[in-house]
Design a protein around this ligand. Sequence first.
Ligand SMILES: [Zn+2]
Length: 304
Amino acid sequence: MGQYSIGVDLGGTNLRAAAISAEGKMLGKIAAPTDVSRSHAELISSIAAAIGQLRDSLGRENLAGVGVGVPGFIDMDKGLIVGSNNIPQLEGVPVRAEIEGILQTPVILENDANAAALGESWMGAGQGVADQILITLGTGIGGGIISGGRVLHGYRGMAGEIGHITVVPNGNPCACGNTGCLEKHASATAIRSMALLMGLPVTEARDIYDLAMRGNPRARMIFQSMGEALGIALATLINVFNFPLYLLAGGPLSAWQLFAPPMLAEIEKRSFAYRHTTPRIEAAKLGNEAGLYGAAYLPFQAGS
Ligand SMILES: [Zn+2]
């Protein structure tokens, strides 16, 4: 057997780990609930246990390394989580050193949204494209920028916070301190809040979508507004980066036919770079496995 690596995706509800070969073949996968009431030491040991289980089944000698995607801001030099809304007990914890200490294996940390973007560029919809951006529409909106095949980190690792681009100057307040952030106007959560605000009888994204497809004008307005917000953010990104590919992921993607026309109209109107270079805007492919692929790719990339 050739080399393999282990990727971990640590979410607020689930801890998932996968062993993936250098060719991108999934060799094994495990998942466990993330109990956020547990202490940081217990969380670290459950991460190490998941990695250890995969390593034991495949053998230590061919393990290229371990990549861990975590929700939050990471100090890349020190290997610690500076801030995390989902898993606050890991804030300030030297996660990399602690896992390395237990497993005696090198570990690379990465922000979970960045890891997902890297995963799509390695084995997903962005294969073969060196410069691309992934936007994930979920509870919030995550983003990752891949430039020259690598995650763009910025000065202190905080680049790629696409969910906090202002799309409505005096829009909905966001926990980040800003008002009118993209994630407050285009995430799955934003879609549900708009439904509530408009007095729709349903508040689940899927039901709102069905209602819109049946022609309900208020439900359609929600996806119109969400598409416009996304379009404004994408026009800005296209003007700044002039990348050839922008990928969208997450539950709301099933409503593509409802939100894409207003999104594309907005981009067309606001971005001369789009009109002149017509980059691709497409759905991502790997779903919730993107982060696992990206995390697993980190050791291979570091070694190349
Ligand atoms: Zn914000």
